[in-house]
Design a binder for this molecule. Structure first.
Ligand SMILES: [Ca+2]
Ligand SMILES: [Ca+2]
Length: 185
């Protein structure tokens, strides 16, 4: 029993030292056509790149879905805005300090709120309406949808660093309603 254990341990040590030897014995490859001396840098170390630790709710997508079809061109559609915390830290806040807005052209058609978002977690806002892809207002000149994340103006001064979005440039998404026409034709 003891001997087996010692043998097993020795095998692991031999195996590990073999791996280590392979790593440290790697030598720089020098092009023999070039008459240069290899540069020796014994103290050179590769430092790991620090991960960006960041709380980052972002407007991820605007999705279209036909929820009722009345004819080839007509139906009822759902427009859904999706946000996602694309950062590596959780978003932790109080209710009503942050919200979602969904615009159809310049008209605000839906508001919604969200609160806490773990890294990778999502929240949604949805709006439904009738649609006729053979009409001028929708088929020929479809409206544009815009999803916005909004915050209280004083959210950076509220004493809670866990609700401070590290990047505001990704808090908006825009998509043409032409995508709905492609579903109703
Ligand atoms: Ca804050
Ligand atoms: Ca953001």
């Amino acid at each position: 029993m003891v001997n087996k254990f010692i043998l097993g341990s020795l095998a692991i040590v031999v195996s590990l030292s073999g791996t280590a030897t392979n790593q440290v014995s790697a030598k720089p490859v020098i092009n023999p056509d070039l008459n240069i001396e290899p540069v020796t840098r014994p103290n050179l170390q590769i430092k790991p790149v620090p991960l960006l630790r960041c709380i980052d709710p972002a407007a991820e997508s605007i999705q279209f879905q036909v929820i009722r079809r009345d004819s080839q061109f007509r139906g009822r559609v759902r427009i859904t805005g999706v946000i996602k915390n694309v950062g590596s830290l959780a978003y932790l806040s109080q209710p009503s300090q942050q919200g979602l807005l969904l615009y159809e052209n310049n008209r605000l058609v839906k508001t919604s709120s969200f609160q806490n978002l773990a890294p990778g977690a999502t929240a949604q806002i949805s709006y439904e309406r009738d649609w006729n892809s053979s009409s001028p207002a929708e088929g020929e000149f479809p409206p544009t949808y815009k999803l916005l994340i909004t915050y209280d103006p004083d959210i950076r001064l509220d004493g809670n660093p866990n609700n401070d979005d590290c990047r505001s440039s990704n808090n908006q998404a825009v998509r043409s309603g032409q995508g709905i026409n492609e579903l109703l034709r």
